[in-house]
Design a protein around this ligand. Sequence first.
Ligand SMILES: [Zn+2]
Length: 116
Amino acid sequence: MKTTENNKCRKCNGIGKPSKGYVNFHNIRTMYKEDEFETKLLNCLKCEKCGNSWIPETDTNKINKRLEYLRQELEAERISYGELAELQSLADHIDKNDVQLLEAAGVPENLNNKND
Ligand SMILES: [Zn+2]
């Protein structure tokens, strides 16, 4: 696999291989009797060397458009679980100053499973 910016590990510059990772999402809606944490299997890249995993950047414009759409849904208070999960999966792409989206995304510390 050729090395591109998209599959280069940010930690060690190793090469990320396509993988699937379990990500724990914190359910922010508690009105439903659902588990507090939801685990989803996402496509990701996993570093061969250090095991760091991340969601590859695809089309940044597309992601930004998607984030704006999700923001609208959030503001209209009609965002669905699926969309929230999507927002969480895009947390890396949210601007650091965008508190609104970051809070909604729950900002997982990283994509590796770590128990609180
Ligand atoms: Zn690495």
